[in-house]
Design a protein around this ligand. Structure first.
Ligand code: AMP
Ligand code: MN
Ligand code: MN
Ligand code: MN
Length: 288
């Protein structure tokens, strides 16, 4: 069990648990610091923080996961310790959400051409807010329509990069995301580097660009990753002088491969992000 789980989702984006239920799950899993990092929204944070007040052993780290475009590929940057009231962040979220709605309409048109009309309305209905439609909502639609059997199959055939209903989107650039996170008081973390479909050469370039643009940390540990890869990422973090972060990327039961608080330990040589001067929470006392 991990003390720190610094990447998780609620039903305010594409997770299944409410903020309150996620907090309770974190308590059950004995997580001590939980970052809630919904895609392009901070709307779950207030409810989660309020609920967490009942549980003195759990601290909520206020986070977000920003969608970015790098070299014609979608990549994600997590912000940890952000101020949700920061005007720069609020403006950025508005832009990202506009891009989401526009993309959702285009995805829906593509699915209609494939013989599946009504996707936009379905997705908007099940999303927490009309501006928070995510691809997993479309994946659920495709499963419901019996176009595919599972959510991963929906990505493989329709929603993944370059597939039948994929729409490339003008998300933030990596530089912009790092700036917005810094301006709102947070630390920027390159999310799940091992999960992009990139060669190691290309991934090394992404990591280098991220570090040169002033990024603070990278996820060395995420769910579904072999220990060889974790060690490779740990070495990269040292080489690039990036702090190391860890998070399950928990989404709830619909994505059962990621379990809250169940992630391997970070390789020993890393510099954990929670030891950073700018870490927003108190250190966990070792005598707990
Ligand atoms: P979006 O932010 O709307 O582009 O949706 C991205 C989300 O889709 C990711 O955060 C994952 O939760 C989910 N996702 C991406 N690829 C896959 C996949 N191959 N199988 C299942 N879920 C996926
Ligand atoms: Mn997601
Ligand atoms: Mn992500
Ligand atoms: Mn995520």
């Amino acid at each position: 069990m991990a003390d720190y789980d610094l990447h998780s989702h609620t039903n305010h984006s594409d997770g299944t648990l409410t903020p309150q239920a996620l907090v309770e799950k974190a308590v059950e899993m004995k997580v001590k610091q939980l970052a809630i990092t919904d895609h392009d929204t901070t709307s779950a944070l207030a409810d989660a923080e309020l609920h967490a007040q009942q549980f003195p052993d759990l601290t909520i780290v206020k986070g977000i996961e920003l969608s970015c475009r790098w070299n014609k590929q979608d990549v994600h940057i997590v912000g940890l310790g952000i101020d949700p009231d920061s005007p720069v962040l609020i403006e950025c979220i508005e832009q990202q959400q506009q891009a989401r709605v526009l993309r959702a309409k285009k995805i829906s048109e593509k699915l209609e051409k494939q013989g599946y009309p009504g996707a936009f309305d379905y997705a908007q209905d099940i999303a927490h807010a009309p501006t928070q439609i995510t691809r997993p909502h479309f994946a659920q639609f495709l499963v419901e329509q019996k176009a595919v059997k599972t959510i991963p199959q929906a990505f493989k055939k329709y929603l993944g990069q370059g597939k039948l209903a994929y729409v490339s989107t003008e998300w933030l650039s990596v530089e912009e995301a790092i700036q917005v996170i810094a301006n709102s008081g947070g630390l920027s973390v390159l999310a799940h580097p091992s999960h992009y479909s990139m060669t190691r050469t290309k991934l090394s370039r992404l990591l280098k660009d991220f570090a040169s643009a002033g990024g603070d940390a990278m996820e060395v540990i995420t769910s579904n990753q072999t220990s060889d890869v974790s060690q490779w990422l740990a070495n990269k973090s040292l080489e690039l002088n990036l702090k190391a972060s860890q998070g399950s990327d928990f989404h709830g039961a619909k994505m059962p491969w990621a379990k809250l608080g169940r992630i391997p330990s970070m390789p020993k040589n890393c510099a954990p992000i929670w030891e950073s001067d700018r870490w927003p929470a108190s250190p966990i006392s070792s005598c707990d």
